[in-house]
Design a protein around this ligand. Sequence first.
Ligand code: PGA
Length: 245
Amino acid sequence: MNILVMKDYTEMSRQAALFIAASVTLKPDTVIGLPTGKTPVGMYNELVMLYKNGFVDFGRVTAFNLDEYVGLGREDPHSFYSYMQRHLFGYINIPPKNIHIPNGKAKDLKAECLRYEEIIRQKGPIDLMILGIGHNGHIGFNEPSSEFIPETHIENLTERTRKANARYFGSLQDIPRKAITMGLGTIMLSKKIILLAYGRDKADVILRTIKGNITPRFPASILRVHRDCTFILDQEAAGKIRDML
Ligand code: PGA
């Protein structure tokens, strides 16, 4: 596992965006896995700037988002589909047919999980997977559990996760209780993984990911057995692992 500690959030975002831009330049048909949340917003801003300045071309890229809330459609401003349009896809030249996000409004959610897994299988494996990390160690919406669930599935969101996302919704009761998420096996099949974290409130989870037991009770711990995983952190998120660097 490689660990890059950057000066601050801006540098973390820039580094991650440059990493993506370089990967796409080297392999124009890169298949990329993308997260939502507050962490990647700066990275997406940087990517849009790189695109506008002619440094990267997304014309042959295929993107798979990690997850989507159950019950929210594309048009819902709280959906991750809307988030991706607002922060990235609305400003770059990725062909709409190459954008894949689970359908949170599918009538048959099990069939939707199978469909999503099947397209990843056809177009994948994912070349470059970008991850954030939750305060309970979740990656995508893979919440702590008694087992590592390999494939795309429906996840019950923990109260902690729902509260962490409350800032985007009017009230706690408006936050969906379930999400469709890419599974840990599919994430781990990615050729390269980059995990981003910033801020003091992520220092404990970074420490636990790097030093704690590998267990489904702390899903991010599985990244320790990936052969090409890089953490890009700011100083604060790296605050409890400094003596190990
Ligand atoms: P955040 O979410 O970027 O909003 O902290 C990360 C996550 O839950 O994966």
